[in-house]
Structures are given as structure tokens and as C-alpha cells.
Design a protein around this ligand. Structure first.
Ligand code: ADP
Length: 267
């Protein structure tokens, strides 16, 4: 049940008492569950045929024997780009649903934050080079208790956004600070930034600064909600700071509580 207390005012600014509203939300919860399951099943069923369509189109467009005219190739390239986006969208929907429903659990073990950052930078290097952007991170070693694959996914999502929304010849920094009870990661860019009225809801599904962001930049609008869930599952926090037109900084923390005292001492 959901309980809401509404103040009963006396007309002169005072409170006479409270009216309590008790509503049974089990039906709503069941409907939400059905909706999530439906999205999950549909996405799952879409994934295999979409992946095969993508593979076939890609083969056709890259094969020297296909004898395509320039015009045909252009049309096919549009189909490849859009199928690729659909495959990523379906994968992101499934990812988010699996983490939210607890089907994917975070497998936490001691790992080095410095290594995770270097690995994420390596993976994102081709995208950064294509946009003429320099990725910068100081070599550092800090042991954290985390699911390395999922923190890698969080870092690559944040880096991919930072690169997408930065101008050519700029830099993106990744830093990590060793605080008393937690470790603080920052991904800093000097790009387009996020307006103040959107900043508070930027981690919601399909929230975008500009309606054309997913079309022009190839995003799915689910990257940040996935990061949010991953960090929440670790018992950490994630948030963003930004000045529109000047750049953004995305922060996330991971608690040190899962580390043994000897691991904490070695920090
Ligand atoms: P997408 O797949 O569209 O990037 P995200 O959930 O990762 O989805 O991000 C949602 C939106 O937040 C983006 O489309 C963009 O409008 C905005 N955004 C995210 N990161 C940044 C950033 N570093 N700089 C400017 N805008 C950003």
C-alpha cells in the first residue's frame, strides 16, 4: 500500500490535522511488472533477426562483388546505420531491464581503478581519434571492490558521451580521487554542456538535451540510466555538473566498505 498524509488547513495558515490517503498499489505494481516483461520479451525476440539483418546488409555493402551503384550503396549505408542503432537500442533496453529486475547481479571483487580507466580509454581511443579529441588520465593505482565489467561499461558510456558532445581538438579527462570512505571518479569535458533545467533529470530514460541527439549522434537515450543503475547497485552515487556551452563533469562514487581492512590499508 501507499500512504500519503495531506495537511488539513484551518483557513488561517494553521494545520488542524492530517488526512491520510491509503491506496492499494498492488494492481499498479503488477501492471508495471507486466509492462517490463513485455518490453523484455519483445526486445529479446527482436535482437536475433535484427542482428542477422545487420550482418547481411553490412556484407552486401562492403563486398566488392556486389556490383552496387553509388546510389544503391548510399541507400544501403543508411539501412546499415539505422539497423546498427536498433540493435544497440534493443541491447540497451535488455541491459537495463536485466539490471533492474536483478537478473544480472554485480559480481564485486577487488580491482584496480587505474587499470579500469586505462582499459576504458583504450576502447574509446578510435572514437576519440575520429573526433580529434585527446583522452587524458594520470596513471594511478587504487584498489576498489567492484564489478569490473560493469564499471568498465559505466566509464565507456560516460566517455562516449563526453567525446560525442565535445568540439574537435579538445580534451576529455578521467580522474579518480581516493576519499575517506569512497572513491570518486570524474569524467570531465569542455563540450556543449547541459542546460540547468535538464541537468536534474538527465539520468532518466530517453532524456536528451536536444531531440535530435539520438538521431545525429547515434545514441539510444539509455546510456545514463544504465550507468545510474550500475552505480546504485554498487551502493555508490552518480551525478553531473554542467555549464551550458562550457562543458560537463560526470561524477560517480564507489564505497570502500566492501574492501577488507588490509586492502583499505594498502590504499
Ligand atoms: P545517449 O545514448 O543519447 O547518449 P545518454 O543517456 O547517455 O543517451 O545521454 C542522454 C543525453 O544526455 C544525451 O543525448 C545528451 O543530450 C545528454 N548528455 C549526456 N552526456 C553529455 C555530455 N557529456 N555533454 C553534453 N550532453 C550530454
Amino acid at each position: 500500500v501507499n500512504v500519503t498524509h495531506i495537511p488539513d488547513l484551518d483557513g488561517e495558515g494553521g494545520v488542524k490535522g492530517f488526512i491520510s490517503l491509503i491506496s492499494d498499489i498492488s494492481n499498479r505494481k503488477a501492471t508495471e511488472k507486466m509492462k517490463d516483461e513485455f518490453v523484455s520479451v519483445v526486445s529479446h525476440e527482436l535482437r536475433t533477426p535484427l542482428t542477422s539483418i545487420y550482418g547481411a546488409l553490412k556484407l552486401l555493402v562492403t563486398s566488392p562483388q556486389s556490383g552496387l551503384s553509388e546510389e544503391d550503396r548510399e541507400m544501403l549505408n543508411i539501412a546499415v546505420t539505422n539497423t546498427d542503432r536498433l540493435v544497440r537500442l534493443v541491447n540497451d533496453v535488455l541491459d537495463l531491464e536485466r539490471i533492474e529486475s536483478g537478473k544480472i547481479q554485480m559480481v564485486k571483487q577487488p580491482c584496480d581503478a587505474g587499470n579500469l580507466i586505462q582499459e576504458a580509454i583504450e576502447v574509446m581511443q578510435p572514437m576519440a581519434k575520429a573526433g580529434n579529441i585527446t583522452l587524458i588520465a594520470e596513471p594511478i593505482s587504487i584498489i576498489i571492490n567492484a564489478d569490473g565489467d560493469h564499471i568498465h561499461q559505466t566509464l565507456t558510456n560516460l566517455l562516449s558521451n563526453a567525446i560525442k558532445f565535445s568540439p574537435p581538438h579538445s580534451s576529455v579527462w578521467v580522474t579518480v580521487d581516493n576519499l575517506e570512505d569512497e572513491v570518486l571518479f570524474k569524467v570531465i569535458d569542455t563540450g556543449r554542456g547541459i542546460p540547468a533545467d535538464i541537468l536534474g533529470s538527465i539520468f532518466e530514460r530517453f532524456k536528451q538535451v536536444d531531440a535530435s541527439d539520438s538521431r545525429d549522434k547515434g545514441g539510444t537515450g539509455l546510456g545514463l540510466p544504465i550507468c545510474y543503475k550500475i552505480i546504485e547497485e554498487h551502493g555508490g552515487r552518480i551525478w553531473a555538473d554542467s555549464e551550458f556551452g562550457k562543458g560537463s563533469t560526470f561524477y560517480f562514487t564507489l564505497p570502500k566498505s566492501g574492501l577488507s581492512s588490509s586492502e583499505k590499508l594498502s590504499l
